[in-house]
Design a protein around this ligand. Structure first.
Ligand SMILES: Cc1ncc(COP(=O)(O)O)c(C=O)c1O
Length: 401
């Protein structure tokens, strides 16, 4: 029997492909023995215990020693160097004045494909062996991760299949195709997409590139914070951020941020839309809580559940959680555009919204900090926004001061 889901994590993609495929040809008991001998703390489920239908699943507990470290993030930075941009860290005096602190804005909206997602995908695809890449990669996503995987596959010269919802925005479908990815449509829910992707992977042997709950995705995402922290130190003569605000969907970005920022002592805070607060609620109770996402402008921040690895890391590091509504997102997006001349998508404006609203300073004072934070890092996580939405938000927030 497999170990309980609450204390175990799917490792479908953590295991070397050869190991996994040999395990799949064996019966559950034999496969468990092979995996254990190979050093994985794993137990393979019998077919009747598998779920979802058709997926190859095995589970292993997550020893603390396996959490990615800052060295993993540094190694990821080396691996992806030259294949993704080192994005600028922006300072906007008008926004500092509103926030009452120095804001150090990491402009991942200017990253390739317009979002930090290029980092994790490039790292994960780069980690595969030549033989694995020859079988292609596959993912399931409706958003920035889809284009990120297509980009990474093109960069490494391998085929990418992206399973997208039938109602995916045409612009995102076109973006994947323009990068050479093959699009397969499957249902409208993330479960439907995931099941189809895993079935296709089983048939073709393609490697599944997870959107957020994977050590390589986390380490890749952490490179954005690593660059930010390094640049703050360079530009201030060795000083550090007091706090870092990070938007959260499945939690890969914040998990990487926690690991990368830990050596600097910066306190990490999560930001989610109201009604899509799976990380905040999971942190409150100490285990993953599914939250059927409510409506929000921040379409990158609405997975039903945060990643298990990501929660594990966040539980150890995150100091507090914030929630934003659409009015705050719109306001922050417009202020950044008007004052900073920088365009982000609503998900990318979430962390800035909290910095501008003063909630962080209040929360840090409540936690017993005597001095207000001087330097706040803000991850502007992406910039892929429908121009019609920008026009609407500009009309709704005409005079930001
Ligand atoms: C622009 C943007 N910001 C933030 C996130 C959240 O990232 P994560 O799922 O790693 O928490 C996403 C996820 O797709 C995104 O596209």
């Amino acid at each position: 029997m497999g170990i309980g889901l609450s204390e175990a994590r799917a490792v479908l993609d953590d295991l070397p492909a050869e190991l996994l495929s040999s395990a799949n040809r064996l019966d559950a008991e034999e496969a468990t023995r092979v995996l254990t001998e190979a050093g994985a703390d794993a137990e393979v489920l019998r077919p009747e215990d598998r779920r979802p239908r058709g997926a190859r699943l095995c589970y292993r507990s997550l020893p603390m020693t396996e959490l990615p470290s800052v060295d993993d993030v540094r190694a990821a930075a080396e691996r992806i160097a030259g294949r993704v941009h080192r994005t600028p860290v922006l300072r906007v005096e008008a926004l500092d004045a509103l926030a009452g602190a120095e804001l150090w804005l990491k402009a991942e909206n200017l990253q390739r494909i317009g979002a930090f997602k290029a980092r994790g995908a490039m790292h994960a695809v780069g980690h595969l062996s030549e033989a694995e890449r020859a079988r292609g990669v596959i993912t399931f996503s409706s958003g920035n991760h889809a284009q990120a995987v297509a980009l990474a596959a093109r960069s490494y010269g391998c085929a990418a299949t992206i399973v997208m919802p039938t109602d995916a925005p045409r612009i995102k479908v076109a973006g994947v195709r323009a990068l050479g990815g093959e699009v397969i449509f499957a249902g409208t829910t993330s479960d439907e997409r995931r099941t189809v992707a895993l079935e296709l992977a089983e048939k073709s042997g393609a490697a599944v590139i997870q959107p957020f709950d994977h050590p390589q995705i986390v380490a890749g995402a952490g490179t954005a914070t690593l660059e930010l922290c390094d640049e703050v130190a360079e530009r201030t003569g060795g000083e550090h951020l007091d706090a870092l605000l990070v938007p959260v969907g499945g939690g890969g970005l914040i998990a990487g941020a926690c690991i990368a920022a830990a050596p600097t002592g910066a306190e990490v805070y999560s930001v989610e839309p109201h009604g899509c607060d799976a990380m905040a609620r999971s942190l409150e109770v100490g285990h993953r809580v599914p939250v059927p996402p409510g409506p929000t402008l921040a379409d990158g921040l609405k997975p039903t559940m945060v990643g298990e690895l990501n929660l594990e890391i966040a539980r150890r590091h995150v100091k507090g959680s914030f929630r934003v509504d659409d009015a705050q997102l719109g306001d922050a997006l417009v202020r950044l555009l008007v004052h900073g001349k920088v365009l982000v998508e609503p998900s990318g404006a979430a962390a800035l919204a909290i910095a501008l609203g003063g909630q962080l300073i209040a929360a840090m004072a409540q936690r017993g900090r005597s001095e207000p934070p001087r330097r706040i890092g803000v991850i502007l996580s992406g910039g892929n926004v429908d121009p019609r939405l920008v026009a609407r938000l500009l009309a709704e927030h005409p005079e930001p001061v």
